[in-house]
Design a protein. Structure first.
Ligand code: ADP
Ligand code: MG
Length: 351
């Protein structure tokens, strides 16, 4: 195959295909490659592969050493940030060709990944809730007995020194109970009323701005046409606060947080179609989600902070699903974006 002739079928292939010379410089690139990387043909040809992107979650130098004549290599779900700052997730297939050249195919899997991520989140959330509910039940009942018995005992005691011990039992039972309650998240049907999402965001932002002592830049990018809609204002504020506080904590004192709102037509959430939803995004340019915990992020007690409770996101998730919404997450180093999708027209059962 003479690559310089650029066969038409390669040109029109939706998969990005490129051929690298022995120095790992681009010898051939099809149109899909140009589109994926946002680079023109002239800029691509002869360019060392490491200069084609701003970030790639794999070490190309190392890969080059391990590729040999016989064996190719496939890398799945690799995070790619283009020179223009666009993020994609790609599967990369490297195949050695004759004359020490290498064929590279890059398949964009953003869409597939998002769907499977979403399904996974639902499964996760459901499993976590079952676990917590079961555990909470098992803990709360004996705990009630324990506390009651300690109270009865306390009444019988005359020695104040002994009363101190029953006091400890009662106090510690209360502590455990409050932990279990927090694990369970908001239980009571709250107060539903028409409210303004920007007002909530501003309250939460003000709190976090104060906490961060003015070192972080908070930017607003609001869609002013979003009307008031039905929500449990206090709970939603809690969900936003949990997410924004995480962003502030992740930044370690410097960076930029963007609060963005958009309205969005026809959106399906958990199998239900909504005519209008509000997308509320909290975006930070911090280090990104630690890959070690990314898959279980919304589970209760998942944290990588020494003093973290790991409850913030599971509570936020629960509140948002009580609003028939969902939380989407995109994260790579330098960019973390949590988006709350909230239907503007709730059905009766949610309230
Ligand atoms: N904006 C963010 N940037 C980086 N990591 C984040 C961000 N938001 C959440 N995380 C990660 O998610 C974990 C879970 O968050 P959360 O449920 O609020 O618990 P906690 O804040 O107590 O650790 C955090 O420990 C952190 O590692
Ligand atoms: Mg938190």
């Amino acid at each position: 195959m003479d690559l310089h002739k650029d066969p038409e079928f390669l040109h029109h292939l939706s998969t990005a295909v490129l051929v690298l010379d022995p120095q790992f410089q681009v010898a051939y690139a099809n149109l899909a490659t140009e589109q994926l990387l946002g680079l023109g043909h002239r800029r691509l040809i002869g360019c060392p592969v490491s200069q084609l992107y701003s970030q790639l979650a794999t070490d190309i130098g190392l890969l080059r050493q391990t590729l040999n004549q016989e064996q190719g290599q496939t890398l799945y779900a690799i995070s790619l940030v283009t020179l223009e700052g666009q993020h994609h997730t790609v599967d990369l297939i490297f195949t050695p060709l004759e004359a020490q050249r290498t064929l590279v195919e890059a398949r964009v899997v953003d869409h597939q990944q998002r769907i499977s991520q979403e399904l996974q989140h639902y499964a996760q959330q459901h499993a976590a809730q079952l676990l917590v509910r079961g555990l909470a039940h098992e803990i709360k009942n004996p705990l009630g007995g324990l506390r009651g018995a300690a109270q009865l005992l306390e009444r019988e005691l005359t020695d104040p020194e002994l009363k101190e011990f029953t006091g400890i039992i009662i106090e510690q039972s209360d502590r455990l109970r409050s932990l279990v309650d927090r694990l369970l998240g908001p239980q009571h049907p709250g107060t539903w009323a028409e409210s303004n999402v920007h007002r909530l965001l501003e309250q939460v932002a003000r709190l976090c701005e104060m906490e961060s002592a003015g070192q972080l830049v908070f930017e607003r990018d609001y869609d002013p046409s979003i009307p008031d809609f039905l929500m449990d204002d206090e709970q939603l504020q809690q969900a936003l606060l949990n997410i924004l506080r995480n962003a502030v904590q992740a930044m370690e004192g410097q960076g930029r947080i963007v609060l963005r709102t958009r309205s969005q037509g026809q959106t399906t959430i958990a199998g239900r179609r909504h005519r209008q939803v509000v997308a509320v995004s909290i975006i930070d340019d911090g280090p990104g989600i630690d890959p070690a915990i990314k898959d279980t992020l919304f589970y209760p007690m998942v944290t990588n902070k020494a003093d973290g409770s790991g409850l913030g996101l599971s509570i936020a998730q629960k509140i948002v699903s009580q609003h028939q919404g969902r939380i989407e997450l995109e994260s790579w180093p330098g960019h973390t974006e949590f988006t709350l999708l909230l239907p503007m027209t709730l059905s009766k059962e949610a309230q």
